[in-house]
Design a protein around this ligand. Structure first.
Ligand SMILES: *Cc1c(COP(=O)(O)O)cnc(C)c1O
Length: 456
């Protein structure tokens, strides 16, 4: 059949609360025009993030009851460790309360002043943890990935020529190379097996470990299966096993492709680094068999990691994203093409040509989508990644995007039809949108807590 249906039935429901446009105006103002400041119940469709927002399965909820809460040596930990070893194959598995805790542990050991960590594109928490350690974070995204309207299969790839040149010059300062699959900040675009292999070969040449930021490993594997020659008949598990076989370690937010609401881990092969990591873990997270998690969380992750490998789920997942993408593209809304694994990204610079980067075109669109239809999205552009030079002049990132991230197994097709309708209405009146200025901001990850004012 041509219709791809949700491969699940709904067993438990949660109400959506409806607000009027004028109520939303007040709520947004009270939140300092920052969508992170809104209460969840004041949002109709929440596409702020796909992180920790998944609907768990009946099996996972059963696992929650079955969780073993032993402080040391929990059965749930051994199930968690076993599935990670089966899919990812690393020798050491270190649970953490979420992905950034794994990053914090890793970079507090290998980072620090005078070190540089390259990546295809660093995610915001990865970059923040690297910079917090005193190290520098460098993005080496391939050229295609910087062109939002170009259709290509693997726009998340690392530019291997740049990586080679970079390591030639800086190898003494580089403790490891990261590769983010799929490339979240680069638009949820996949990385090909070929690229993973090439990055691996370059790392080998310079004797550098390669770590995967593997939050969306299953979505990446699905794209490899449908787009890369030679993988069409392989199972998702086999593709995952091959991807991880080229890496020396990984960081993971279980809030993404482990289908849970909290959790993460660090996994790696090196014994010394694992010992040092566990030393930090016991101080900041907890004992090595629970990290920052309850036994029940480990249990739910173990089950989620099995469920995410289901091809029917991944097909529905990727199709939901492309379905919204097609509706927007047909109506002329500029989006990052092709659509990626977990989100549709509006190309805010093309959508609002009249708003310059330093006036945050993405923020203008994100606020408008909330006011019009109660949709919460996330700016990924000058608010999140903008910098200032010595003279206080704004340095814009490569892309100005608004991300509509899809929680896993939460919304149905009619929710997505509604989202499309709201975006099209805002698009029709795009000339009326105004830029924003920041009135207050913290030193790190400013997008979470900054306040904004509309520029009159
Ligand atoms: C979400 C995410 C992280 C951080 O994980 P948290 O669980 O939110 O701390 C790191 N890298 C990527 C690519 C992510 O998407």
């Amino acid at each position: 059949m041509k219709t791809i249906i949700e491969p699940f039935k709904i067993k438990t429901v949660e109400p959506i609360y409806f607000t009027t446009e004028s109520e939303r105006e007040t709520k947004l103002k009270d939140a300092g025009n920052n969508l992170f400041g809104l209460k969840g119940k004041d949002v109709i469709i929440d596409l702020l993030t796909d992180s920790g927002t998944s609907a768990m399965s009946a099996q996972q909820w059963a696992g929650i009851l079955n969780g073993d809460e032993s402080y040391a040596g929990s059965e749930s930990f051994y199930r968690f460790e076993a599935i990670i070893k089966k899919i990812m194959g690393f020798k050491h598995v270190i649970p953490t309360h979420q992905g950034r805790a794994a990053e914090k542990i890793l970079f507090s050991i290998v980072g620090g002043p005078d070190t540089i960590i390259p990546n295809n594109t660093h995610f915001d928490t990865t970059r923040a943890n690297i910079e917090f350690s005193g190290a520098k974070a460098v993005d080496l995204l391939n050229k295609d990935g910087k062109n939002p309207s170009l259709i290509a299969d693997f726009k998340g790839n690392m530019d291997t020529e740049l990586l080679e040149a970079f390591l030639k010059e800086n190898h003494e300062k580089v403790p490891l190379v990261m590769l983010t699959i799929t490339n979240n900040s680069g638009g949820g675009q996949p990385v090909s097996m070929q690229n993973i292999k090439e990055v691996r070969a370059i790392c080998k040449k310079y004797n550098k470990p390669m770590f995967l930021d593997a939050c969306r490993f299953a979505e990446n594997a699905y794209f490899i299966k449908i787009r890369e020659k030679g993988f069409e008949n392989k199972s998702i598990l086999e593709i995952c096993q091959e991807m991880f076989s080229y890496a020396d370690g990984m960081t993971m937010s279980a809030k993404k492709d482990a289908l849970v609401n909290i959790g993460g881990f660090l996994a790696l092969n090196d014994d010394t680094l694992a010992m040092e990591s566990r030393n930090v873990l016991v101080v900041t997270e907890g004992f090595p068999t629970y990290g920052g998690l309850a036994g029940r969380d480990l249990e739910a992750i173990a089950i989620g990691l099995e469920e995410i490998l289901d091809e029917a789920y991944l097909q529905y997942r990727i199709r939901t994203i492309s379905y919204l993408g097609e509706k927007l593209t047909e109506a002329g809304v500029p989006i990052l093409l092709p659509t990626g694994g977990h989100a549709v990204y509006i190309d805010a610079a093309s959508f609002c040509k009249h708003i310059p980067a330093e006036e945050f075109p993405g923020q203008a669109i994100a606020c408008a989508l909330y006011l019009k239809g109660g949709i919460r999205s996330c700016e990924i552009g000058s608010v999140m990644f903008g910098k200032k030079d010595e003279n206080g002049k704004h340095i814009a990132p490569d892309l100005e995007l608004v991300r509509l991230a899809f929680p896993r197994r939460v919304y149905t097709q009619s929710h997505i039809d509604y989202v499309a309708e709201v975006i099209l209405e805002v698009f029709e009146e795009k000339e009326k949108l105004k830029g924003y200025k920041i009135t207050q901001e913290p030193p790190f990850l400013r997008h979470f807590t900054a306040s904004f004012e509309e520029i009159a």
